[in-house]
Design a protein around this ligand. Structure first.
Ligand SMILES: [Mg+2]
Length: 293
């Protein structure tokens, strides 16, 4: 098998073949379009790729940003209507619950923005407790609510032991569904620097509850299919997924049958080559592709 192809090293005719191999682009946001600030050339990349007749949508695991924050980030990158074309776990979770006509309470170990989205869609959310005083208080606080019918995990940066235990207590009931948004083990802080994310906590709950969550964030296939439905894309083989994280972006592409392009903002070329999972294509940044378009 041929290893990942550096798109910027393709001949003009091979680059044209690459361009002809997809009709649609899904792009991740953090680590691809921006880190703290816009990555140079991102806006120009999307502008030019659209001129080549490709439709572009965005798929992020980041439910933490508000709509205003996302709109500001897209605007700073020179991208029009980015938020309208964005799929994130919070909206996928709300749509999933609506699709099954869910009517019980949702126990949320999630960021405030995800809870806000669920409540705006009519779901009753419970969470916490935010803290316990110590050992005895912890043992006394362990309680399940019989009206809870779903446990939702999605980027809770205030996660603690009592929330994990409460989630596990609920998940012992087989009728309680388990939905997982972002499960990222690592988060990009700045180029070449990753910080630990909330993903390891998801793993503890999966292991202890012996339950497999429905994965409504990358790399879950159902999340990729949800994004396709939202974007109106029907043929996965004609989609190029651009991301910076192997575990989320490249694996999602493999799960869904998309072509994948890794930008080397969070991983080095050596990291990529050492991984068992490899993208079809790679490039330094989106900006490095602009002169070729
Ligand atoms: Mg990313």
């Amino acid at each position: 098998m041929i290893g990942p192809v550096n798109v910027t090293e393709l001949s003009a005719s091979a680059f044209k073949q690459f361009l002809d191999s997809f009709d649609h682009v899904f792009s991740d946001c953090d680590g691809v379009i921006w880190t703290n600030n816009t990555l140079p050339g991102s806006g120009e990349f999307f502008e030019k790729i659209k001129q080549h007749g490709k439709s572009v949508h965005y798929v992020s695991n980041n439910s933490l940003r508000t709509q205003e924050n996302y709109e500001g980030k897209f605007k700073a990158a020179g991208i029009e209507n980015g938020f309208e074309k964005l799929t994130i776990p919070s909206t996928a979770i709300a749509e999933y619950l609506k699709s099954i006509k869910f009517s019980k309470k949702v126990y949320c170990v999630a960021c405030p923005q995800t809870i806000k989205i669920l409540e705006a869609n009519g779901f009753e959310c419970v969470e916490g407790p935010e803290s316990v005083k110590g050992y005895e208080d912890y043992l006394k606080s362990l309680d399940g609510d019989p009206d809870v019918g779903a446990v939702v995990f999605d980027s809770d940066f205030r996660i603690n032991l009592i929330k994990l235990s409460t989630a596990i207590i609920h998940l012992r009931r087989p009728d309680v569904i388990f939905l997982n948004g972002a499960s990222d083990r690592y988060l990009p802080v700045k180029p070449g620097h990753l910080a630990l994310g909330t993903g390891p906590f998801n793993d503890i709950v999966i292991e202890e509850s012996k339950r497999e969550p429905i994965q409504l964030g990358k790399p879950g296939k159902i999340f990729g299919e949800f994004a396709m439905k939202r974007a109106g894309f029907t043929d996965p083989s004609r989609i190029l997924f651009i991301g910076d994280m192997i575990e989320q972006d490249v694996v999602l592409g493999k799960n869904c049958g998309f072509k994948t392009l890794l930008v080397l903002t969070s991983n080095t070329e050596e990291d990529m080559m050492a991984s068992n999972i490899k993208p079809d294509y790679y490039a330094e940044t989106l900006g490095s592709l602009v002169p070729l378009l």
